[in-house]
Design a protein around this ligand. Sequence first.
Ligand code: HEC
Length: 114
Amino acid sequence: MKTNHLKIFVMTAIVLPLLVLMGINAGTSTVSASAEDDAAALYKKNTCFACHKADASKYFDVAETDEALVEIILKGKKGEKPPYMPAYEAKGIDAVKAAALVAYMRGLRSAAGE
Ligand code: HEC
C-alpha cells in the first residue's frame, strides 16, 4: 500500500510536469510557425517588399531595438525625402503583428548572413 502511494506520487510529480512541458512546447512551435507564415503574408499583402525589398535589405537597421522598429511600423516615419515609411496602425497592424513582422525581417536579414 505504501509503495503504491509512492508510485502514484512519483508519477504525478514527474510525469505530469513532463507532459505539461511537452504540451507547452508543442503549442509554442505551432504558434511561432503560423506567426511566421502570417508575417510573410503581411509583408507581401502590405507591399512592404516594394520599399524594403524581398530580403529586407533596404531601410532596415538590424541594430535597432525591437521596440523602436515596432513603433516605426505602427506610427510610420517621415524621413528627409520620399519614400516615407507609412503608418500601419490604422491599416490593421497591431503591436503583435508588427513584432512578428520585425522578427520576420530580422530573419530575412540573418538568412542573408547578417
Ligand atoms: C512606401 C515605402 C515603404 C513601405 C510600403 C514600407 N516601408 Fe518601412 N520604411 C520605409 C522607409 C523609407 C523607412 C526608413 C524611414 C527613415 O528612417 O527615415 C522605413 C522604415 C521601416 C522600419 C524601421 C527600420 C529602421 O531601421 O529604423 C521598419 C521596421 C519598417 N519600415 C517595416 C515595414 C513593414 C513591416 C512594412 C509593411 C507592413 C513597411 N515597412 C512598408 C519605407 C516603406
